[in-house]
Design a protein around this ligand. Structure first.
Ligand code: GRF
Length: 202
C-alpha cells in the first residue's frame, strides 16, 4: 500500500510560478504529495487561475479585509481546518506570519527565498530588493533557498539550495529570472525530501 501523500496547502500572492512547478510535480504518480488547497492574500492573483486550471480548491483571503494580523491569520487557520493539511508551502507569499501562527504548525511551514541564505535574508528582503542587494554586493553566485519557517524571518533550517552564477552583465531582471528557474526545481525537490524523511520516521 503506497504511503498516503503529503497534503499541501500553498500560499501565494502573485504569479504563482512556484505553485505551478509544484502542480506539475504532483502530476507524477510517484510524487509523494498532493496540493489540497491554495490560498491567496491578493484577489485575482494569477496563481488562482493556475489552481483553477488544475482543479485545486482555492480561497482568496485578502489581508487588507482584516483590522489586524491576528484576525487575518485566524481566517487562514479557519480555511486550513477544512482540509487535511500536513505542510504549508509559502510560494511567492508576501506576508510575514506571526510566531503565534507558526507555532501552530511546528516544522510544517516551508518557504522559498530567492538568495543563498543566510546571506541576503530578513525583513524587507523580498523580490527585487534581494537581487539588487546581491548585485550591489558584487556576489559571484546567488540562487534559491528552500527553508523551514520559524518566527525569525528567513532563519529557519535550510532544506536545500540551488545555485546560479551572477554574470557581469546581469541586472535585477536577468538574475531574478535565472534564480526563479532554480526555485522551480528546488521547491518540488524539497517537498519530496520532506515527504521521504517523514516516511522514514514513521
Ligand atoms: C519568487 O522569486 C519568490 O522567491 C518570491 O516571489 C517570486 C515570485 O514567486 N517570494 P511566484 O512566481 O509567485 O511563485
Amino acid at each position: 500500500m503506497a504511503p498516503a501523500k503529503l497534503g499541501l496547502a500553498v500560499f501565494i500572492s502573485g504569479s504563482g510560478s512556484n505553485l505551478q512547478a509544484i502542480i506539475d510535480a504532483c502530476q507524477n504518480a510517484d510524487f509523494p504529495a498532493k496540493i489540497k488547497l491554495v490560498i491567496s492574500n491578493i484577489p485575482g492573483a494569477y496563481g488562482l487561475e493556475r489552481a483553477k486550471n488544475a482543479g485545486i480548491p482555492a480561497a482568496t483571503i485578502p489581508h487588507k479585509d482584516f483590522k489586524n494580523r491576528a484576525d487575518f491569520e485566524d481566517a487562514l487557520q479557519k480555511e486550513l481546518s477544512n482540509y487535511d493539511i500536513d505542510l504549508i508551502c509559502l510560494a511567492g507569499f508576501m506576508r510575514i506570519l506571526t510566531s503565534e501562527f507558526i507555532e501552530k504548525w511546528p516544522h510544517k511551514i516551508i518557504n522559498t527565498h530567492p538568495a543563498l541564505l543566510p546571506k541576503f535574508g530578513g525583513k524587507g528582503m523580498f523580490g527585487e530588493h534581494v537581487h539588487k542587494a546581491v548585485l550591489e554586493a558584487g556576489e559571484t553566485e546567488s540562487g534559491s533557498t528552500i527553508h523551514f519557517v520559524i518566527p525569525d524571518v528567513d532563519k529557519g533550517e535550510i532544506i536545500l539550495q540551488r545555485k546560479v552564477h551572477v554574470l557581469a552583465d546581469d541586472n535585477i531582471e536577468t538574475l531574478a529570472a535565472r534564480v526563479l528557474e532554480q526555485e522551480h526545481i528546488a521547491y518540488p525537490e524539497a517537498i519530496r525530501q520532506i515527504a521521504q524523511n517523514l516516511e522514514h520516521d514513521n
